[in-house]
Design a protein around this ligand. Structure first.
Ligand code: I3S
Length: 133
């Protein structure tokens, strides 16, 4: 279990994770938008999931690598839901569908199943943990 429960700490810290995923936003405030898959450095921290812009899409120049880590979408996981995407959502394998309370929807995908399963688990656990607050 990811939970750390002890007599001293009733409240477990929010989970953290980072890695590379493919992602696309598919709805914005309830309105369907055109898919645009791109690779994303994805960070879970403090109940917020941040998808960063694909550095390959950033203009080349003398900017440092760090300055190329630019947030593209930030997703508040409180009140969100995540599940495997149905087959009609994408022809890709291992696709997750993340829906926010505000009606934004994202697809998250990675060919290696264990990697996407780890993301599913950590996001599910975080959403559940946020429900307890
Ligand atoms: O749901 P769709 O429209 O089949 O999604 C595909 C399109 O976004 C496509 O781009 P164009 O709109 O330029 O045709 C992408 O290249 C595909 O990757 C999308 O489908 P998948 O099945 O890969 O999610």
């Amino acid at each position: 279990s990811n939970r750390r429960l002890s007599p001293d700490s009733q409240q477990s810290p929010l989970l953290e994770k980072a890695g590379i995923l493919n992602k696309t936003k598919v709805a914005d405030n309830g309105k369907k938008i055109r898919k645009n898959w791109s690779q994303s450095w994805t960070v879970l921290h403090g109940g917020i999931l941040t998808f960063h812009k694909d550095p390959k899409s950033a203009p080349a120049g003398n900017a440092s690598k760090a300055s190329q880590i630019v947030p593209e979408y930030t997703v508040e996981l409180r009140g969100s839901s995540i599940s495997w995407a149905s087959k009609d959502k994408s022809s890709k394998k291992n696709v997750l569908e993340l829906k926010t309370r505000q009606g934004c929807e994202y697809l998250m995908q990675y060919d290696t199943e264990s990697i996407i399963c780890d993301w599913l688990k950590v996001i599910q656990d975080t959403i559940r943990q946020l429900e307890l607050d």
